[in-house]
Design a protein. Structure first.
Length: 354
């Protein structure tokens, strides 16, 4: 439920609503708007009786939030979430950011070579797995902490922010220490204890959609993170399992459109894991950019045929340059069309009550 305060409501009025929520066993999250304050009430597993709050001084009205995901929903907060890392901002109104790098950090020489190339083309965020969730225990599992140290060195040398995946709690502490963004992979989207850990982190989280997760399950996973206090969450669509066998997964662009509209969080698309084949990465990136994704994350390798993981879907350095020029053209076209207004409800909750 959202409790909307009157324009002239006092700090004490707001405090009274917070206390009333607490005494009924709920949590209250005040959201300061330009003209008035709204207070999100969460922690209920059944509808809340509006009279609990409408009887409080300073309360204009209550709005039932019908979605099971509340904190991530546009019905709840007032503004879009934007994530700032150094000179880069990700989120609504900040174009399509490109995150690039190898599937796995294989050696300092390999990661540095790719990093210097993508950085020289203006890339601001570098990806690289140090702990890899491999289907086979015999496949390359990543360099572990050594890989994270290489990523930290890349940040030092190039100024790019770095993102890597946390496979479990112990690894989370390390990734959080060395990296700027912590990735929760598709296989861990349902790992609720890891999601809670991510929620206690001060670092932004890149939350991938589980390969068989519904959009609601994906958003509820994000809700776990926000519920613990970390609102710096990016959603990442990386393809889902379908009956199709022409590509590794199926890129669910309609889910991207849905979450762009439904939530205030930045939305990233990973075409590399979605299709699993190099020839589709650039066209799918163009598609993602053209529907207003806030970023794309692609795998790049200077010698994909020798990559220790995901070589077939990795762009060569030359193909990466081509990708950037395509993204540039699509972004310009999007701008000419006036962008993509995904937020029919942005400020809407407050405006409706004015
Ligand atoms: C990755 O990004 O390296 C990765 C393993 O992705 P996913 O969790 O989407 O499979
Ligand atoms: Mn990969």
């Amino acid at each position: 439920m959202l409790v909307v305060m009157r324009q002239n409501a006092s700090v004490e009025d707001v405090q009274r609503v917070i206390e009333r929520a607490a005494s009924a066993g709920y949590e209250a999250r005040p959201i300061a708007g330009r003209e008035r304050t709204a207070i999100g009430i969460i922690g209920n597993d059944h509808p809340i009786d509006p009279s609990l709050f409408t009887s409080c001084p300073g309360v204009k009205e209550t709005i039932a939030v019908t979605k099971p995901y509340k904190l991530v929903s546009r019905e709840f907060p007032v503004e879009d979430t934007v994530i700032t890392l150094g000179h880069t901002t990700i989120g609504e109104g900040h174009g399509c950011v490109v995150i690039a790098g190898p599937c796995a950090v294989e050696s300092e020489a390999q990661a540095m070579k790719i990093a210097h190339h993508v950085a020289s083309r203006g890339t601001r965020i570098f990806r690289g797995g140090a702990y890899k969730p491999r289907t086979s225990p015999y496949s390359f599992q990543g360099l572990g902490e050594e890989g994270l140290k290489i990523l930290a060195k890349i940040r030092e040398e190039t100024g790019m922010a770095v993102v890597s995946e946390a496979l479990d709690h112990d690894v989370f502490d390390l990734v959080e220490h060395y990296c700027d963004i912590v990735q929760i992979g598709a296989r861990n989207m349902h790992n609720f204890s890891l999601l809670r850990r991510a929620g206690r982190s001060k670092k932004p989280i890149l939350l991938k959609r589980g390969m068989a997760a519904t959009v609601e399950e994906w958003l509820m996973a994000a809700e776990y993170i926000l519920r613990e206090g970390n609102s710096q969450v990016m959603l990442c669509e990386r393809g889902i399992r379908t009956f199709g066998d022409h590509s590794r997964n199926t890129l669910d662009l309609s889910a991207v459109l849905f979450v762009l509209r439904e939530t205030h969080l930045p939305v990233i698309v990973d075409p590399s894991h979605a299709c699993g084949r190099r020839d589709q990465v650039i066209p799918l990136s163009r598609a993602a950019c053209s529907i207003g994704a806030h970023g794309i994350m692609v795998e790049v390798h200077h010698r994909p045929e020798h990559a220790l993981s995901d070589g077939p879907q990795s762009l060569t350095l030359e193909a990466f340059d081509e990708l950037l020029s395509h993204i540039h053209v699509v972004s310009e076209a999007m701008e000419r069309l006036g962008g993509t207004p995904h937020h029919p409800f942005t400020e809407g909750v407050i405006r409706q009550c004015a």
